[in-house]
Write a protein that binds this ligand. Structure first.
Ligand SMILES: [Zn+2]
Length: 445
């Protein structure tokens, strides 16, 4: 009997060991981190899916670590503002990326990729595999060219015509006559900037849903000279720090499959991967947030996240890898837009994450877990690690879009500082929307 008890005790200990060891392994600095992006995943919808048992991977992660609420307090609830903030830890005033229409190439050195390369050196692997071809991942270098007066006049005229065409399209769309035709590729007046691959409107590629805002150049005058200027894409500088940077893959299967290949390739080195799935956002724009398609896309994101975690386990890396799942923005309830959708989340196997936070807190969390001394970073990060008590107020986004906001007043720091309420759980049954209810796409610049 005593022997049996002893055996049982040993067996219990043996069974408990791997789990305890894993947790202990994840208490200290990780060898690797994978940041998963579920672009456009609305917090309330994710919670509903979890309650229905539709997202087993996220559920498992949150049981090993945490699932916390993240609110968007500064920057638009769109893709460029979102991923830029998540990948840097700064407000738009620092990065220059306010929304999909007002942005620049993020100044050198501010991204998680660059910080980690600086910390660990060239043998540390940084990779990004991105579903979108516009607003997340696209590589376009900044461009500036001096113009003659004749060129400037011609280009200004072209731009005006373009603007008028867009106004016309909007009027047509608003009067409900028809869905506006897919916007043509942005006219590039004068000499084309040397654009990277993936420029929108490339032959044979369907327009990315929701990517209605066009990037056009502008003419600036400096010391009496006129220049044609195109801002670089937000990712232009940071992508140069990465060993792998692929975007425009569109489908979850392509993103996931590529991530699996890269895990195999880099399994012997420490790494930071950014794996971005676009299907939730795309289906939200096509079919609406309450559609079956949007729901299915969340399930697909979860499945692919699960396959990648399974690969980590197969390679024996999971216990040394912290996994974070987050979104750049949510979705307007029941709509095909995310004009104001500040409620997102962070699901993770990181046992040290314990509190709610804001979108700028994700990068500091990753950097701090890797052992980067945040106090030494310049400029000081706007966000704070979610693994430590906050020293700044943890703000909740108000339910309606704050009035005083927007790119026109960049000096004004973001929306309301207080009084906001957390997102309420959604109520009532889902009403799938009809396909093709296009979101209003305000033109920019
Ligand atoms: Zn979108």
């Amino acid at each position: 009997m005593r022997f049996l008890t002893c055996c049982l005790a040993t067996l219990t200990l043996f069974l408990a060991l791997p789990c305890a060891a894993a947790e202990q392994g994840r208490q200290g600095p990780p060898r690797n981190v994978i940041l998963f992006g579920w672009d456009g995943a609305q917090r309330a919808h994710v919670q509903e899916c979890l309650q229905r048992g539709e997202l087993p991977t996220l559920k498992q992660l949150s049981e090993e670590g945490a699932l916390v609420n993240i609110d968007v307090i500064t920057g638009a609830t769109d893709t460029k503002a979102g991923w830029t903030q998540i990948l840097t830890g700064y407000h738009p005033q620092v990065t220059g990326v306010y929304n999909n229409g007002q942005f620049r190439d993020v100044p050198q050195g501010l991204s998680v990729f660059e910080r980690l390369k600086a910390q660990f050196g060239p043998d540390f692997v940084c990779a990004a595999v991105i579903g979108k071809r516009e607003h997340c991942g696209e590589i376009r270098e900044p461009f500036k060219r001096k113009l003659t007066d004749e060129e400037a006049a011609r280009i200004e005229e072209e731009m005006q015509q373009q603007q008028e065409r867009r106004r016309q399209q909007r009027r047509t769309a608003q009067s409900g006559q028809a869905k506006p035709a897919a916007a043509p590729a942005p006219a590039q007046p004068g000499t084309q900037p040397r654009a990277g691959a993936g420029r929108r409107g490339a032959a044979g590629k369907p327009a990315q849903p929701g990517a209605g805002r066009q990037v056009i150049g502008r003419i600036v005058e400096e010391n009496g000279e006129k220049y044609l200027v195109f801002e670089g894409s937000p990712y232009y500088t940071m992508h140069q720090a990465c060993d792998v940077w692929e975007y425009g893959l569109m489908e979850d299967e392509k993103v996931g499959t590529r991530a699996l290949e890269l895990l195999e390739k880099y399994k012997d080195k420490p790494f930071f991967f950014f794996v971005h799935f676009a299907s939730v956002d795309h289906d939200g724009h096509r079919y609406g947030e309450n559609s079956k398609e949007y729901n299915d896309a969340l399930i697909s994101n979860d499945e692919w996240t699960g396959k990648i975690i399974a690969k980590l386990k197969e390679l024996g890396l999971y216990d040394q890898t912290l996994v974070y799942v987050t979104a750049d923005h949510g979705f307007d309830e029941g709509k095909t837009s995310h004009a104001y959708a500040p409620y997102i989340f962070l699901g993770t196997n990181d046992p040290l994450v314990r509190r709610d936070g804001m979108r700028q807190d994700i990068a500091p969390t990753i950097l701090a877990r890797f052992g980067v001394d945040l106090s030494g970073l310049q400029p000081p990060l706007d966000g704070e690690p979610l693994t430590q008590p906050a020293t700044k107020p943890v703000q909740k986004a108000p339910e309606t879009k704050p009035v005083a906001k927007g790119p026109k007043t960049p000096k004004k720091p973001g929306p309301a500082a207080s009084g906001g309420k957390a997102a309420q759980p959604k109520q009532g049954a889902k009403n799938p929307r009809k396909a093709g209810e296009a979101a209003a796409q305000p033109a920019v610049k």
